[in-house]
Design a protein around this ligand. Structure first.
Ligand code: NDP
Length: 449
């Protein structure tokens, strides 16, 4: 009889956990996975996917306006939130079903309940105990809100996807990915949006030109971005809210949405009790192979707080399964990972910001293009695009590529291949432009600024 019930027990059926479970099962491992919520995790259920669908919806607003100068007569455009939410939910249900089928098709046992560690080889599930040779923690993260009076009247991105009606006026708190994306979504759908950020400029950590350029473009579209601002309290007045800023000013609104970061869902998991070391911020401490302080317990994805992006979790889960169950040891290279912010307009970046590259003590050549995209020469919309390359002067290697503007996420994915390969500026320039596109600027910027 086998010593353990399973070869692998995965806690958390999000992007990272599901990928690891399926790949391990493919190598013949006996695998089970526990999920206390819906299979699919943050990305599919309450993150990337529904967010992007809402972002598409919000773009139509401008599309209708932009069509006029192209000769179209568009009737009165009306937006109905419940239709969007119902169709979005239908798509999420479909994806949830696909994820479940992928697991059953891979012969992974799905246990739809919370799993908690009892010891390094035992997981407790609703009173039942299961043992496994290897355990993978892939429990993701959850929105975190500061403890101010009235915080219970606020929502997070989790609830934003299920609001019964579109708020007419909303205050969004935070300056990171989620705050910037939802400010654009609500604004595009017709709400009056005030975004409060406690620091000097939104999107801390991104290239400074990207940050200021995006803030300007968002403001042009009507988002009232207030930097060095934060909320002190929230009061409920009937169906409305009154948000009081630290400077005493108040904002009347229908909703306050907090997007002030996410915390690893490691509390109450029995991790520390089982010997798994946590970092100060609650994430799980892992080495480059995703191994925790307990050799047979690994962790991948947002709960490790390395790079909190879905494709990174998937890659970490895949590397783990190949290494432990497939006899093919490898680990994820976390450098030069491209990412996008689905703001309006969107951002796409890969590699180092100018400030980070200078911090490394490098001499740089900086190339920048700031232009009105061809589409808007006729549409009349006052929207510009920014592209920037950060180049190491000595080696001429392109260290970073940054873009704010239409299609930036799609464009940066291709640019990321070149940056990951260590392409030089001359190699970028050797690629002949595709004309007329915005992307061609990445291969036609001739003079450093
Ligand atoms: P981020 O960490 O990106 O941003 C949090 C924001 O909230 C920052 O602006 C931060 O300010 C501010 N903040 C933190 N604490 C407080 C506080 N107590 N009071 C006021 N403001 C506060 O978190 P998000 O929630 O936006 O996103 C979480 C992660 O999810 C991202 O880092 C990203 O990895 C991932 N994600 C990726 C997306 C994508 O790929 N498109 C989309 C959405 C999320 P400060 O800068 O001063 O710290």
């Amino acid at each position: 009889m086998a010593q353990f019930d399973y070869d692998l027990f995965v806690i958390g059926a999000g992007s990272g956990g599901v990928r690891a479970a399926r790949i391990a099962a493919g190598y013949g491992a006996r695998v089970a996975i526990a999920e206390e919520s819906r299979v699919g995790g943050t990305c599919v259920i309450r993150g990337c996917v529904p967010k992007k669908l809402l972002s598409y919806a919000a773009h139509f607003h401008e599309d209708f306006e932009d069509a006029r100068n192209y000769g179209w007569t568009v009737g009165e455009a009306k937006f109905y939130w419940p239709t969007l939410i119902a169709n979005k939910d239908k798509e999420i249900d479909r994806l949830n079903g696909i994820y479940k089928k992928l697991l059953s098709g891979s012969k992974v046992d799905l246990l739809e309940t919370r799993g908690v560690l009892v010891d390094p080889h035992t997981v407790e599930l609703a009173g039942k105990r299961v043992t496994a040779k290897h355990i993978l923690i892939a429990v993701g993260g959850w929105p975190e809100r500061p403890d101010i009076p009235g915080i219970e009247h606020s929502i997070t991105s989790n609830e934003a996807f299920h609001l019964p009606a579109l708020p007419r006026e909303i205050v969004v708190v935070g300056g990171g990915y989620i705050a910037v994306e939802f400010a654009g979504i609500f604004n595009g759908l017709g709400a009056k949006v005030t975004q409060l950020y406690r620091g000097e400029q939104i999107l801390r950590g991104f290239d400074d030109d990207v940050r200021s350029f995006l803030a300007t473009e968002m403001a042009k579209k009507g988002v009232d971005i207030r930097t060095k601002s934060d909320l002190a309290r929230i009061d409920k007045n009937g169906s409305r809210l009154s948000a009081t800023l630290r400077d005493g000013k108040t904002l009347a609104c229908d909703a306050v949405m907090y997007a002030t970061g996410r915390r690893a869902k490691t509390d109450g998991m029995g991790l520390v009790e089982s010997g798994v070391k946590l970092n100060a911020n609650g994430t799980i401490a892992v080495d480059e192979t995703s191994q925790t302080s307990v050799p047979n317990i690994h962790a991948v994805g947002d709960c490790t707080g390395r790079v909190n992006l879905t494709p990174v979790a998937i890659r970490e889960g895949h590397a783990y399964a190949d290494s432990i169950f497939g006899g093919k040891a490898w680990h994820v290279d976390h450098r030069n990972i491209a990412s996008a912010v689905f703001s309006h307009p969107p951002v796409g970046v890969v590699g180092l910001s100018e400030a980070d590259a200078r911090q490394e003590g490098r001499e740089l050549d900086i190339y920048k293009a700031d232009f009105k995209p061809l589409k808007h020469t006729i549409s009349g919309r006052d929207e510009r695009t920014l592209m920037k390359l950060v180049v190491d002067r000595a080696s001429q290697v392109v260290l970073g590529a940054h873009m704010v503007g239409m299609d930036a996420p799609e464009i940066i994915q291709a640019i990321a291949i070149a940056v990951k390969m260590g392409a030089t500026k001359a190699q970028f320039d050797a690629a002949i432009a595709v004309h007329p596109t915005a992307a061609e600027e990445f291969v036609t910027m001739r003079t450093p600024v």
